[in-house]
Design a protein around this ligand. Structure first.
Ligand SMILES: [Zn+2]
Length: 229
């Protein structure tokens, strides 16, 4: 009997969804503008987090679009699901084995992959450990091995709510933005650079991280296949 109960509870654990969707919303794409293309995105927003506050989210999306605009791109339609992570998945993430790849991979079990729109997971402060990460084509290749396939994570990014404030990032000034930083990792398939005063700067001095992108970075960003015309 004990064994049967154990097997039943395992079966239940494997079928339990990673989250419950408690709300859905679409922010319509902005009006077309000559010379500006749009990037549609999907967001999974943890219920009760700052990301779910309409004014805070609007300010965030506008700041990101202002930064991307220097490359001729703004955010397009934003599809939002408000979710509550199940205790099961939070426990899996907290106790994830470092040998099984990035812990975010656990979330992708419930997502149809490959991801056909850029997908952001936006967390509150009390559920999963603090994060600001993006998985681009290069990084999933690097993170994959004979035993780990990290490819389900490609085109996803993951940010905890306190990173809506640029002051959490060492060396950043008010023009810097973590949301835009993670998106540029995906769009350009780029990493950090040793340039002072750049969105992707790997340097730490005062004002090292800003909203600026180089012409070369913009060229790469513009080639992102998920931008729509
Ligand atoms: Zn980065």
């Amino acid at each position: 009997m004990m064994i049967l109960l154990f097997i039943l509870s395992l079966a239940h654990a494997q079928e339990a969804p990673n989250w419950q969707v408690v709300g859905e919303k679409v922010i319509a794409a902005p009006a077309d503008e000559a010379g500006i293309r749009q990037l549609p995105i999907d967001l999974m927003i943890e219920q009760g987090s700052k990301w779910g506050q309409p004014a805070a989210l609007k300010a965030q999306l506008e700041k990101t679009s202002r930064i991307l605009r220097q490359c001729g791109v703004v955010l397009g339609e934003v599809r939002i699901q408000t979710v509550v992570w199940t205790p099961w998945v939070l426990d899996q993430i907290l106790n994830a084995s470092p040998y099984k790849g990035p812990k975010d991979l656990i979330l992708m079990r419930d997502i149809q992959t490959p991801v056909l729109r850029t997908l952001g997971f936006l967390y509150g402060l009390k559920s999963v450990p603090s994060t600001a990460a993006a998985y681009n084509r290069t990084s999933v290749g690097r993170l994959s091995s004979a035993t780990v396939d990290a490819h389900p994570l490609v085109e996803t990014f993951h940010i905890t709510e306190h990173h809506m404030d640029y002051r959490t990032v060492p060396g950043a000034n008010a023009t810097y933005d973590t949301f835009a930083h993670e998106l540029v990792h995906l769009m350009g398939d780029v990493g950090h650079i040793d340039v002072y005063g750049n969105l992707m700067s790997g340097l730490d001095g005062r004002n090292s991280k800003t909203g600026s992108l180089t012409a070369e970075q913009c060229e790469l960003v513009k080639q992102y296949p998920l931008i729509v015309d």
